[in-house]
Ligand binder design. Sequence first.
Ligand SMILES: [Zn+2]
Length: 433
Amino acid sequence: MFGHLSPAEAQQRALAVYEAALGAPYYAAKYAGCAPPLDAAAWRRLPLLTHQELYDNTYPRSTGMLTQPVAGMIVLSTGGTSGVARYTVMTHAEWERFVATQAEAMRLFGIAPTDRIANLFVAGHLWPSFVAAHDVIRYLGAVHLPISANIPPEEMARLCAEFDPTVMISLPTAFIFLADLGRKQGYRFPSLRLIGYVGEQMSEEAQRHVRGVLGDVAIKPLAYSSADAGLMGYQCTQAAFATYHLPTDFQYVEILDPEAHAPAPPGQTGEVIVTNLARQSMPIVRYQMGDLAAWLDAPCPCGDPNPLFRLAGRAGDDFKVGGGFISMRVFDQALEAAGPAVSLNYQVEVADLDNQMEIRLKVEAAEPEQAQALAGQVRDGVCQRAPLIAEGLEKRYIRDFPVEFVPLGSLPRSPITGKVKRLVDQRVIAAQP
Ligand SMILES: [Zn+2]
């Protein structure tokens, strides 16, 4: 069970983290002109910590954010989703707290010692997921199958079929791929009851695509977390899609109206700003996660007093066309409507060509040549759901919108996480940190 702090208690704990942070040269300089944040108003005057600042000031590039020498620590890579690896370090005791908190989130799914958990994360590159899963499963006292996603996919599927896991944990990309491969090769995992994912939101269309092959299993996000800050949200059994409880005794979260720089009232979407209450060796204070969320007003029917918020999605979940934004969700919907022969692992490339735009959709399929017959249907399905694309094609500011099917597993994966980058907007790559 997660602990609960009142807002005043949480504010006190955040102040203690601020005081620890002053022991790091980076924070001492950053806060030199600031009044001690003794109340909420003064706290909100502390400057935010950006991705770029974290990138510039972390080990091994710098030890400026550390309050102690690098000794007795684990070094982790983070930020793989944006393509630029940052590193973060923490003491072994802090790591224990991180994984124990994650284990509590998973315990809510009713994991028993007899559960066989297939760990299908990519190991290596200092990426924390595989080793974190190892420690989390140990905390839960369940049976660990450390299969990983580093081995050939057929071998991964064969080991899963042989050991018949009750739980599988990995990224959405991996589960969509396992479902696509399972449809082609006919394997089943008869005891599987729960799929836990992290790394990105898994659309309801993608969930149905996976259930279509792997059976009527529960599919849940393991947590809302990051390597820098750790667990920021956990799902109880009552939580709706993208809705999480805040672990108030582990994380101090502010949701700020980006225009007013003031707390967003319940129901209004704002920027997630996080201060981790456990890290003292490399404090994370008022870190701008790059995520959007809104507090929910109503108490949760599960009885947990920790507040609820709804995650609105990460930057990069939509792209600009003409005067509006296209949600990536329209591609999930159009591909699901085209039937199970097409995967929901896909990539959208957006490029500028001589003042015209081109949108190129590449989709994995078990039989790409046969699937090509569905290209027109997918294209129409996207245009129906995203009238801005239809209008752009008609008015010729979108030059073309080709749909191409490629073999299973052939879309480029991040070598670090194994994730397919769904949106490659070449118009904004230069602007990314
Ligand atoms: Zn709840």
